[in-house]
Ligand binder design. Structure first.
Ligand SMILES: Nc1ncnc2c1ncn2[C@@H]1O[C@H](COP(=O)(O)OP(=O)(O)OP(=O)(O)O)[C@@H](O)[C@H]1O
Ligand SMILES: [Mg+2]
Length: 465
């Protein structure tokens, strides 16, 4: 365990010196301050584990310092020392939240006992807090399928560390939820969680968004901007849709990860930042690397702790739990009476292949809560696409149809080519979340051509199932 850090605020040098000797001898780390002002600055900068505080000091007196320490960090234990120990000062200090009150002259043993008690209590409270948080995690990430349990275990392992985390998984599986849960359960939870959606920011703005810029560093930079990395200092930055970063931005992010420093655009000064990075993508980064779209070295830097969130169709056990969770949630939200759901409706929801994963399920349940008149949700209340067996059955084949499977059915070469082309397009569309522009780019064909093919082969997201 790391040494506990004790900040001693006392105007008398002799007392500071004697406490330094006692504390260091006992294996504590000693920090001294001669005034209240200086002490407060050190509380902020040095994050001590405990403060020993004199009451009577010139300038700001101890009780005022105590108030301010409380305002800065309510969990930091403070032991008050006073040579003018009247009962009333002791009472006041305790009321203001001092852990203990010691009168001068004191025996060093008395100080050490008080200190140990205060530190132990603080530790206990921290433990309680992390236990409580662990419970919260379970309550927010719904599901108890083996797939989700694996994700939760990885979240638990990742949270207390500073390691970078790479979260992969289809759209809507809960990557952002995982990132937030890690932050909330980390030692940085009191600091900021700064999210950057790399796909949503135009290429020419992303660098200044991430790293900031100085006033006048480029046309349009009328004010200086503090970048997201600086904003996230001491906290966590969540780089979402990381595969959409340009090569140039990738290089710069890699540098932050390697050096722990950023440089604002238009500035030669580097700024040290202490940021924990969590990245996410719904693309297959290994494939992006092979295609030369993503830097391998950056990938290794990010994937120190890789977390794969499986699609909902691979963890059907979670569906009933999620449905109930969202039914409760949206009933409360919309102020409607809680509804029941019939087993057959639930079965259909469980069989359905949720391409939009939990987001799609959530939207579906919200619609059902609002649109269903009666007290219970039954099969006929579900939208057609969910009821029809084709939506689940044909989808159940899961894997993209290989061209080879079709080969036997194709009579002519022309038919074979068409079938293969169709299968290829469907697969690529699936891989790209049915995003036409992305797919067109990936397969290197004009969008207009892709649209024509969709027409020709009558490919739609629904009929594909
Ligand atoms: N296990 C879960 N329990 C409860 N709610 C969940 C769970 N997983 C996801 N959700 C909810 O589903 C929605 C989608 O999740 P989220 O935004 O985290 O997905 P995502 O993977 O980041 O999606 P995208 O790739 O589209 O950005 C959110 O409203 C989220 O709160
Ligand atoms: Mg997301």
């Amino acid at each position: 365990m790391a040494k506990s850090r004790i900040l001693v605020i006392d105007d008398e040098a002799a007392i500071r010196d004697s406490l330094r000797m006692t504390l260091e001898y006992e294996g504590y780390e000693f920090i001294g301050a001669a005034t209240g002002q200086e002490g407060l600055a050190l509380v902020e900068r040095e994050t001590p584990d405990l403060v020993l505080l004199d009451v009577k000091m010139p300038g700001m007196d101890g009780l005022e310092v105590l108030d301010r320490v409380r305002a800065m960090n309510e969990a930091l234990p403070v032991v008050v020392i006073s040579g003018h120990g009247t009962i009333s000062t002791a009472v006041e200090a305790t009321k203001k939240g001092a852990f203990d009150f010691i009168e001068k002259p004191f025996a060093s043993e008395r100080v050490l006992v008080s200190l140990r008690n205060a530190l132990d209590q603080g530790r206990l409270r921290d433990e309680n807090r992390s236990l409580k948080r662990a419970v919260e995690v379970r309550h927010q990430m719904i599901g108890d399928s083996p797939g989700l349990k694996q994700v939760m275990a990885a979240v638990g392992r990742a949270a207390p560390t500073n390691a970078t985390v790479l979260i992969q998984g289809e759209s809507g599986v809960g990557k952002e939820l995982v990132a937030r849960t890690i932050h909330r359960n980390s030692l940085r939870s009191r600091e900021r969680f700064v999210q950057v959606n790399c796909a949503a920011i135009p290429e020419e703005l992303i660098e200044s968004e991430l790293f900031g810029h100085e006033k006048g560093s480029f046309t349009g930079a009328t004010e200086k901007q503090v970048g997201k990395f600086e904003q996230a200092d001491r906290g966590t930055i969540f780089l979402d849709e990381i595969a959409d970063m340009s090569a140039k931005t990738q290089a710069k992010v890699l540098r932050v990860l390697q050096e722990g420093e950023v440089e604002r655009l238009g500035s030669a000064r580097t700024i040290k930042v202490d940021v924990r990075v969590i990245a996410a993508t719904n693309k297959n980064l290994e494939e992006e690397i092979e295609k030369g779209h993503f830097r391998e070295d950056l990938y290794f830097r990010l994937a120190v702790i890789p977390i794969f969130v499986p699609p909902l169709r691979e963890r059907p056990d979670d569906v009933p739990l999620l449905v109930r969770h969202f039914m409760d949630y949206f009933s409360r939200e919309n102020n409607v009476r809680p509804k029941r759901i019939t087993q057959s409706a639930l079965d259909a929801l469980q069989r359905y292949r949720w391409k939009g994963n939990i987001r799609e399920l959530r939207n579906t349940v919200e619609r059902l809560i609002i649109m269903t008149g009666g007290d219970s949700i039954d099969l006929p209340d579900l939208p057609e696409s969910l009821r029809s067996p084709s939506a689940s059955a044909s989808g159940a084949s899961g894997a993209p149809r290989a061209a080879g499977d079709e080969a036997g059915k194709a009579g002519t070469l022309r038919e074979f080519k068409d079938m293969s082309e169709r299968a290829y397009l469907v697969q690529k569309l699936r891989e790209n979340g049915w995003n036409i522009s992305k797919t067109a780019e990936v397969i290197d064909t004009p969008r207009s051509n892709l649209y024509k093919k969709l027409e020709q082969y009558q490919i739609t997201q629904e009929t594909d199932g």
